[in-house]
Design a protein around this ligand. Structure first.
Ligand SMILES: Nc1nc2c(ncn2[C@@H]2O[C@H](COP(=O)(O)OP(=O)(O)OP(=O)(O)O)[C@@H](O)[C@H]2O)c(=O)[nH]1
Ligand SMILES: [Mg+2]
Ligand SMILES: [Zn+2]
Length: 311
């Protein structure tokens, strides 16, 4: 794609940094911000331009929305909650208290990252509120082979962490509402204009502070602050039963060690995982997801259950 961002030229290239109600904000390669709407053809082809998409734009002739998006570049991935394309890294943000970590959601996000070729980083916030539980949480996931960062909002973030995860990447933040995603974005960028609400206020009013995903330029890449969410129904949306194991790094060591090659480690005869020292909470969630997913694919899985003599 052309990197020409001369506003007088016909075709401009950039990245979508914001999209609300079919109106997009595009940051051109040299930094100018323009407003654009998608060409009608996208709707016909059922393509929805999304934050993180590389796009080309042309003048629209409409003074209200002066540009039109004429093409969307190929996507390396797309996640739906929050809706962002081309993510390199996803910060799975969980606070140790207020709110307590919802580990089902964390494990689902790990499955989603593995399936979408996104590097997951587990970021535990509010360590000041309960350092002991924070350390336990950290060690479960670090032992399973994941990158885990711990922080509090009053301590500066280690510059090595910044260089390691952020330089040149599109980095998203995912997690429950109130865990501190916007606080982290503000700390990283040194900007405090993004609204950070007080938990009690939000719960009383039943509203979330961050309402839209938005990309902010950061260290030659972008940060995507996102609204929090309470549930993540990926098992119905994007994930097959066979994909679930992708979110459990620690199960990789057992490939080829169980009696059946397609062992799902849910009680099959001769399963090597049964005796292993895997965090019981992780294993329990893994098995619950397999059961949930299997119940959505009843016919496909009954054969396997018979063949592998699942008790
Ligand atoms: N004690 C403590 N409080 C924190 C920390 N980080 C954030 N907070 C507070 O947690 C509250 C929520 O923070 P936000 O950054 O708005 O959370 P969010 O994840 O962006 O929330 P949504 O936008 O609703 O998804 C604010 O009152 C922050 O001051 C921390 O490390 N320690
Ligand atoms: Mg927020
Ligand atoms: Zn097994």
């Amino acid at each position: 794609m052309s990197r020409d961002t001369d506003l007088s030229s016909d075709i401009l290239s950039g990245i979508i940094v914001k999209g609300v109600g079919g109106l997009y904000t595009v940051r051109l390669d040299e930094g100018e911000i323009i407003r654009a709407k998608p060409r009608g053809i996208f709707r016909k082809r059922k393509i929805t331009p999304t934050i993180g998409d590389r796009v080309q734009c042309e003048k629209s002739g409409d003074p209200d929305i002066p540009y039109v998006i004429t093409s969307v570049g190929p996507r390396r991935n797309l996640i739906l909650r929050p809706s962002i394309a081309n993510l390199d890294v996803l910060i799975l943000t969980f606070s140790i208290r207020q709110p307590s970590p919802y580990l089902e959601m964390l494990d689902k996000l790990l499955i989603l990252c593995a399936k979408s070729d996104i590097q997951p980083v587990i970021w535990i916030t509010k360590m000041d509120l309960d350092p002991e539980s924070g350390e336990e949480f950290r060690s479960v996931y670090a032992n399973a082979g994941y990158d885990v960062v711990c922080s509090t909002h009053t301590e500066p973030i280690d510059p090595e962490i910044l260089n390691h995860y952020f330089g040149g990447n599109i980095v998203g933040f995912a997690g429950q509402s109130g865990v501190g995603k916007s606080t982290l974005c503000n700390m990283l960028t040194g900007v405090s204009e993004r609204e950070v609400g007080r938990i009690s206020e939000r719960l009383n009013l039943g509203k979330h502070t961050t309402r839209h995903v938005e990309l902010y330029p950061f260290l030659d890449g972008y940060l995507a602050d996102s609204p929090g969410f309470t549930n993540l129904d990926i098992l119905r949306m994007q994930i097959e039963t066979e994909d679930i194991r992708l979110g459990y790094n620690e199960l990789k060591a057992f490939e080829g060690k169980c009696k059946f090659d397609d062992c799902l480690h849910i009680g099959e005869k001769g399963c090597a995982v049964a005796e292993a020292r895997i965090d019981p909470g992780r294993l329990e969630r893994y098995r619950a997801f397999i059961r949930e997913s299997a119940s959505l694919n009843v016919y496909k899985n009954t054969d396997r259950e018979k063949k592998n003599e699942i008790k």
